[in-house]
Write a protein that binds this ligand. Structure first.
Ligand SMILES: [Zn+2]
Length: 300
């Protein structure tokens, strides 16, 4: 990366006691916090550089990444969200072209989106008649306790400051609202993004880490710590499928991998996960959670 870099502290403990876990030929590297084991890019491109990258993230030549490749996963995730809420104001942060909104139509739902991509925000607005703000969630300045559901799907690791973003979610989420965060599976990412499996499937020894703008790799532990730090409590975790690419052997391997990962997740009660993605549902600490499907309440 030929651009200005900056050093940052751990987003959970704000410390700087780290060890290097991945290094590329240049300056970019990934480090792991010795205190809470959060893995993050350090140094990394400055915020304005990241913002320029994300402004062009959705392009006419990659729209399939946000629609066809994601539709099956988003349909299941929408059904899971509706186990908690059956109507209300939904905000999808990093909504890209708005494919999630297909499952949250009016009049039961009022769909809101935030995305820094110019094309993504425009398409989400036009295709789904959603209220989409092109920029960051801070710039959107939503009213406090306005949303029943906030989703951030496959996006949190791009955020320069996930902790502050979660604090903003806490401010704009209703006290009985639900937060859904989808992240890439930690073990899956470590095996898939570099090393022999990466070489077998993509003929390159490293496709993730320093080759992408992923700023963080969250494990279940580090994400739970971060959510707890921001005033949320995890109430459910569901293993999900990696984005479905193309057809043929890759797709078959993806389906087989997901079936195995889901079975192991169930057998080990979530203690062992190598799923391609995981979705975490969280509520505000002290919130009273009501199931949309059963109507039963649970004090958190
Ligand atoms: Zn730390």
């Amino acid at each position: 990366m030929d651009e200005d870099l900056e050093y940052v502290n751990c987003n959970i403990c704000q410390g700087s006691d780290t060890e290097v876990v991945v290094r590329d030929d240049g300056m970019i590297r990934f480090v792991k916090c010795r205190h809470d084991r959060l893995v993050y890019m350090n140094p990394r491109p400055k915020r304005e550089s990241l913002r320029r990258f994300h402004r062009q993230f959705v392009r006419n030549d990659n729209l399939v990444l946000f629609s066809d490749y994601r539709r099956q996963v988003l349909k299941r995730e929408a059904e899971a969200i509706k186990q908690f809420k059956s109507c209300g104001n939904l905000l999808d942060v990093g909504c890209a072209t708005g494919t999630l909104f297909e499952h949250f139509p009016p009049p039961d739902w009022h769909a809101f989106g935030v995305d820094t991509s110019l094309l993504g925000a425009a398409l989400a607005r036009d295709r789904h008649r959603a209220s989409v703000y092109c920029g960051t969630v801070y710039e959107a300045s939503y009213s406090s306790r306005f949303f029943d559901v906030i989703t951030m799907l496959d996006t949190l690791y791009y955020s320069p400051d996930p902790y502050s973003e979660l604090l903003e979610f806490r401010r704009i989420l209703r006290d009985d609202g639900i937060l859904a965060i989808e992240i890439p599976g930690y073990l899956y990412s470590l095996c898939r993004d570099k090393g022999p499996i990466c070489w077998l499937l993509d003929r390159t020894w490293m496709r993730g880490f320093t080759k992408t703008r992923h700023l963080y790799y969250f494990s279940s532990r580090s994400l739970r710590l971060l959510l707890g730090h921001a005033g949320f409590r995890v109430v459910s975790v569901i293993p999900e499928q990696a984005s479905l690419a193309r057809h043929g052997l890759t797709r078959v391997l993806n389906e087989v991998h997901f079936a195995l990962a889901r079975a192991i997740f169930a057998i080990t009660a979530g203690r062992l996960s190598f799923a391609g993605k995981e979705i975490y549902f969280a509520v505000k600490n002290g919130a009273c959670l009501t199931s949309a499907s059963t109507g039963k309440s649970e004090s958190a």
